[in-house]
Write a protein that binds this ligand. Sequence first.
Ligand code: NOJ
Ligand code: CA
Length: 553
Amino acid sequence: MAEFTFLKGPADWWRQAVVYQIYPRSYADQNGDGIGDLKGITSRVPYLKQLGVDAVWLSPFYPSELADGGYDVADYRNIDPRIGTLEEFDVLLETLHAAGIRIFIDIVPNHSSDQHEWFQAALKAAPGSPERDRYIFRDGKGEHGEIRPSELVSHFGPTAWTRITEPDGTPGQWYMHLFAKEQPDFNWDNQEVRDDFIKTMRFWSDRGVDGYRIDVAHALVKDLKNGHLPERQSYDVSVMKDDGTDDLFDRDEVHEIYASWRKVYNEYDPPRVAVAEAWVHANRRARYASTEGLGQSFAFDLLGTPWNAKKFHSTIDYQLKAADETGSSTTWVFSNHDVIRHATRFGLPESALANLPKWFRSADREKLIDKELGLARARAATMLVLALPGSTYLYQGEELGLQEPLNIPSEQMQDPQWFRNEGSISRDGCRVPMPWTRTGSSFGFGPGGSHLPQPEWFGEWSVEAQDGVAGSTLELYRKALKLRKGLVTAEKLTWVKHWFNPNVLHFVRPNGWTCVTNFGNKPVKLPKGELLLATADVVGGKLPANATAWLKA
Ligand code: NOJ
Ligand code: CA
């Protein structure tokens, strides 16, 4: 494999990186089967280079029955043949590295697919066998074991227990799955499970993978001692204990696992990095972001923060302080493959935002969206966080200002959450394949169709429609990321207080890089300095409502 020595660079490259998430099945389809693939992604590396991202993160591409969009992994050290081969992965990695772009991959350690060879072996083995011990099998209650072992609910609803049929054909034990029944949870008290993930991490690190996004990082260790089984009716973080003793989530012992992974990461030059997806109390997040552990943790606070200067201010301050305490750097996220695209979210009234599933399931959901306002705020919000210390995670298509496609007929939806949990949204909308061209088969996604239907208006929002067009969202992102490379400075900021206007957030980085966001509904006067970028036209030195500007003092 070619050596890209410049990528060795400083070990802290990730601290203020812009990481672009790719949902592989929905990015670019090279062979026209309607499913995005690795060759498709490789063909888009010039686009990614021009966009100016520092790294990409690929959501799972492993062999999978797609019970949960690939988060049901059948083999952690292979590629789904519909997506590509290991050789094609190496080509993608080399092409990215040659373009100066690093690569994160998704690791899904809480559960595997029920098609994983270990789970298949467990089904064939006897209760109490070493094969069953890699997962969480228990006898049912009741005279014939017909009552599920506990009242634990699944995140995708309803129960987190499924009963199997034993090899002799009789109804048998039950296994635990926090997500779909096709996603059995591993037993992390089992040493083989621990060793196997170390092997997986080495497998990909040896191939040159730079970083890992760790799925449900807070759930691996559960209290299953002395016959105890967690019971839970809600996954709301607020009902989780915040002292490391909750029986299901965020237990202190989980950090022993991440400390062992850190040892592996540090064997490489530069050390491999990781970011935790950990839905925990904000005061506990720092543990995942510790330099002795994974190093970084997603902060999802802004996903639920309405367009309000005061609320943005306190969230930003909180995150920066928490990161500072562990020597980590914080993360900023507005969109990913699990949430409604932020150009749509910011166009919703606060009442809808307060209960997104209710809004999503209402017949007049489209009518409630102010798309123009949503896009203006989304652009302003993203430029605000791109000016902050920390790394920003972007999601494919947000650079086009895409709205959430809301027209997918239920029979074409794929998301298990939608089908099994009535109090949820469908995550299929944000996973609709990218529009690359104005017209043509699947808007340039590939020469065939698309595994999720694309709306008619997609072409007008395609890369082709925005390429070179002044003021387009694509050109805004390109300009911002290019400027940002030259502006990134020490991880500090100074707030400039606007006593006369509480709707303005204004901060300055140590090198004079200044960011002003107008959350209000009237234009505001910009401070002195060279105007570098604005998300809306600055007229007479005034920044319009719902806009952000960058200046250099
Ligand atoms: C979080 C992932 O982002 C989501 O897509 C998935 O359904 C669950 N973890 C389960 O793996
Ligand atoms: Ca394909």
